[in-house]
Design a binder for this molecule. Sequence first.
Ligand SMILES: [Fe+2]
Ligand SMILES: [Fe+2]
Length: 132
Amino acid sequence: MALIEDFEERYLLGVPAMDRNHREFVDLVNDMAASGNAVFAYLFNEMVQHTHAHFAAEEMLMRETGFSAAAEHRDEHRRVLGEMEWFGDRLQLGYVSMARAYVVERLPAWFKEHAVTMDSALAAYVRRQHRA
Ligand SMILES: [Fe+2]
Ligand SMILES: [Fe+2]
């Protein structure tokens, strides 16, 4: 069963670069949940790289548009990357079940919350800027 239901309407934010990153993230998380340990470790590493690029792209959008809540949003990105990398290090040390628990129990809830709050606010702001 997918951890994050098929990319739902409510996660679509109307900014194509953000939507593409989010869809790829959801696919990675769902694929990890369905993978054996070797593939899981490979995909976890992919997810860390992908998340670096995903967050960097949003932070560039914030800089380019002068988004006012950029500092909190960036701090949240730093926090999540730190957490992801911490679990990635545990995974390298062989603690697969810890990393799996993180992916199953924490990442889906984090994504759902972040997409509909901070990312949604950024996307609404970017869309308004484009119309102006
Ligand atoms: Fe995002
Ligand atoms: Fe974000």
